[in-house]
Design a protein around this ligand. Structure first.
Ligand SMILES: Nc1nc2c(ncn2[C@@H]2O[C@H](COP(=O)(O)OP(=O)(O)O)[C@@H](O)[C@H]2O)c(=O)[nH]1
Ligand SMILES: [Mg+2]
Length: 229
């Protein structure tokens, strides 16, 4: 009986969160803001990837569209990542979850309000470093990606399937380490991930060398167009 009650409460919390997420997503779409949730383990390369992606998305040349961009940086504690983003000249807000291992809508709304009405073309959420809990909570984004870095090992697809199942893209990061990690079986990872999620886009990148970053930026631009269409 107790177990049943726990399940019901969890379902209610997730349903409320999903409803708030739908409202938030629609409001951002109406403003022309595309929002992307970036998930992955601590150290997978989320902040470094965002810095590289933002550079790629900045238009080059006077005739090109220069998008307004912002980042919500979620961490249990500290503002280390938000400062890195600010140093790169991009608006950022630190969201400290104080030991909560995921981000949910109440937190997103507060963090968004801290931008004080600033409008964005791209808004990124760096979620809490965790391969488990963030998969369960809709954060009101139009698109969700997960990072898996080469040093973590390809077998995480077998150990943490829910996140692979819910994201739009799997970004294999730190591919500059592939030659040093010959046991990282990229074909097996692609196959297992696509069994979990047949529409999954798989991108292989290195924010360090720049490999794959143009393809990532093109994919993100296309996702924005699709979401705001
Ligand atoms: N070799 C290599 N190191 C990377 C790459 N991306 C990030 N790193 C390093 O990995 C560490 C963790 O990166 P960070 O972006 O802070 O990861 P986060 O915790 O997921 O945000 C840092 O020392 C980065 O310099 C990459 O593409 N290649
Ligand atoms: Mg980070």
């Amino acid at each position: 009986m107790d177990e049943l009650r726990t399940l019901e409460i969890k379902r209610e919390i997730l349903a409320d969160n999903s409803h708030e997420a739908d409202v938030f997503r629609a409001a951002r779409r109406a403003e022309g803001t595309f929002m992307m949730d970036v998930m992955g383990s601590p150290g997978a390369g989320k902040t470094t990837l965002l810095l590289g992606l933002i550079e790629k998305l900045k238009g080059e040349g006077a005739t090109e569209f220069t998008p307004e961009m912002g980042v919500i940086e979620a961490d249990l504690e500290s503002d280390v990542d938000a400062l890195k983003i600010k140093e790169a000249g991009v608006a950022s807000v630190e969201l400290n979850t104080k030991n909560v291992c995921h981000v949910e809508m109440g937190m997103v709304e507060k963090a968004f309000a801290a931008f004080e009405g600033k409008r964005f073309d791209y808004l990124f959420l760096e979620n809490i470093g965790n391969l488990v809990c963030p998969a369960e909570f809709d954060t009101g984004c139009h698109c969700r990606i997960m990072l898996l870095s080469v040093p973590e090992g390809y077998d995480k697809v077998y150990k943490y399937p829910p996140m692979f199942a819910v994201v739009d893209a799997l970004v294999v990061t730190k591919c500059d380490y592939l030659s040093m990690n010959p046991d990282f079986d990229l074909p097996a990872l692609r196959e297992a991930a696509r069994v979990l999620n047949p529409n999954l886009e798989v991108l292989v990148v290195s924010a360090r060398t720049g490999e794959g970053m143009d393809e990532l930026a093109s994919w993100v631009k296309a996702q924005r167009e699709l979401a705001l269409d």
